[in-house]
Design a binder for this molecule. Structure first.
Ligand code: NAI
Length: 462
């Protein structure tokens, strides 16, 4: 039995970042992780491997569609699926080893196994019980099951199985037009699959600014995606290695079935808190396994904290990381804080989609007086040079004060561009502050500045 200042349960982006920052602040820290490698879902079977596959298939798309236009003629590359998966795994392995190195460097003890909390101040891993002044639950989330659908991770898969299909399907049905469905759908669409997305709501990407979502759907449809909206999937059956997806259209209750080589169930994730012993401990829970915390991330049991996907808020790796940093600060007697008003969201398709702050719909609902500055990438020379002039930047600012309230981007590098707006918002900047900031030419970021100019006297190139 060892004694620690902090034991973090879970080695994903929330947990490992929390552990490192605790150690940096001088706390004797351990992290419990039952997987063979650190990094959690994000690094092992989520954000990172999917980005490797998106990168590889983006290059394939460029070779097939844009190389000849640039005078690069010849045969397009053929796909070696096993090699592509090996590349993906190399990317994952490099990163998981990196975290292991950081643990050693920061003298963090990795307690290998699955942890539970038999009583406050104690964490059980295997047969051993360790003591800690504070415990941080960072156990993340798992794919939510859909009634009537049995996942075998071969033909009917979650995001995990979708990263390692045995072969490239000729047809893929994606259930749910959220982030996972559209990112993984893009991978297989570029690899030649006919991708049909069946979505319960009348629009894709719930919660996204409506104008951006509409534009995004148009662009994906042009790429070859098919969308069936307003359709509730009621069941999936399998026969001879093929799957049949049955859905009901909400407008008239009519039923239809689509056949496909593979089905991706991407209908959301739920908190993963089973087996921790939280009920016995008396931790107050919210519905669906979510842990209730106060403004300092402490649960209803003193000394037991929780962060990341298993507490309320968006299920995003960077939100979990920020909460992990904040808890570490709090445990070290400092003032940890997360600004939930400035958490960016990114979808890594081509084009990328990114947003921060409020959507136009939210501002309308709040009855807030706002102005909109928009700029299309068609007016951005750099975007045109790389055949990525689809999409636009939309900046929302307070009508009276000009303070930036939100930004929504669909276009090249959107996931990186959004951060200048995040910084601006953290500093309470106005649209004019952004517009008066010199932006290098030619860069995609000029489109952000132009959108800021459009909140004032007008953009130059539109
Ligand atoms: P999601 O919540 O983003 O989307 C799920 C979609 O499925 C919704 O549009 C919902 O209306 C639809 N749906 C639910 N039941 C249905 C049914 N029976 N029939 C048809 N449609 C149905 O969930 P997703 O994509 O699984 O992602 C899970 C979490 O992981 C999200 O919180 C997401 O933010 C996060 N994530 C973030 C990424 C990123 O930041 N790039 C990448 C991957 C995941």
């Amino acid at each position: 039995m060892a004694e620690f200042d902090v034991i973090v349960i879970g080695g994903g982006p929330g947990g490992y970042v929390c552990a490192i920052h605790c150690a940096q602040l001088g706390l004797k820290t351990a992290c419990v992780e039952g997987r063979e490698t650190l990094g959690g879902t994000c690094l092992n079977v989520g954000c990172i491997p999917s980005k490797a596959l998106l990168n590889a298939t983006h290059h394939l798309h460029e070779a097939e569609h844009n190389f000849a236009k640039m005078g690069l003629k010849g045969k397009s590359p053929s796909v070696d699926w096993d090699q592509m998966k090996a590349y993906k795994q190399d990317v994952v392995d490099g990163n998981t080893k990196g975290i292991e190195f950081l643990f050693k460097k920061n003298k963090i003890t990795w307690l290998k196994g699955w942890g539970s909390i038999p009583e406050a101040g104690k964490v059980k891993v295997g047969d051993e019980v360790h003591s800690a002044k504070s415990i941080v639950i960072a156990t993340g989330s798992e794919p939510a099951a859909l009634p009537g659908i049995e996942v075998d991770e071969k033909t009917v898969v979650t995001s995990t199985g979708a990263l390692s299909l045995g072969k490239i399907p000729k047809s893929l049905v994606v259930i749910g037009a959220g982030v996972i469905g559209l990112e993984m759908g893009s991978v297989y669409q570029r690899l030649g699959a006919k991708v049909t997305v069946v979505e319960y709501l009348e629009a894709i990407t719930p919660g996204m600014d409506g104008e951006i979502a509409k534009n995004f759907q148009k662009i994906l449809t042009k790429q070859g995606f098919e969308f069936v909206l307003g359709a509730a999937v009621s069941g999936v059956t399998q026969k001879n290695g093929k799957a049949s997806v049955t859905y009901k259209l909400r407008k008239d209750d009519s039923e239809a079935t689509i056949e496909a080589d593979a089905v991706l169930v991407a209908t959301g994730r739920r908190a993963f808190t089973e087996g921790l012993g939280l009920e016995g401990l008396g931790v107050e829970m919210l519905p669906r396994g979510v842990v209730k915390v106060d403004g300092h991330f402490q649960t209803s049991v003193k000394g037991v904290y929780a962060i990341g996907d298993c507490i309320p808020g968006p299920m995003l790796a960077h939100k979990a990381e920020d909460e992990g940093m904040a808890v570490a600060e709090i445990l070290a007697g400092k003032h940890g804080h997360v600004n939930y008003g400035v958490i960016p969201g990114v979808i890594y398709t081509t084009p990328e989609v990114a947003s921060v702050g409020q959507t136009e719909e939210q501002l309308k609902e709040a009855g807030r007086a706002y102005k909109v500055g928009k700029f299309p990438f068609m007016g951005n020379a750099r975007a045109k040079a790389v055949f990525q002039a689809e999409g636009f930047v939309k900046l929302l600012a307070d009508k009276e004060t000009d303070r930036i309230l939100g930004c929504h981007i669909i276009g090249p590098g959107a996931g990186d561009l959004i951060h200048e707006v995040c910084v601006a918002m953290e500093f309470g900047a106005s649209a004019q502050d952004l517009a008066l900031t010199c932006h290098a030419h030619p860069t995609y970021s000029e489109a952000v500045r132009e959108a800021a100019l459009a909140c004032g006297d007008g953009a130059i190139h539109a």
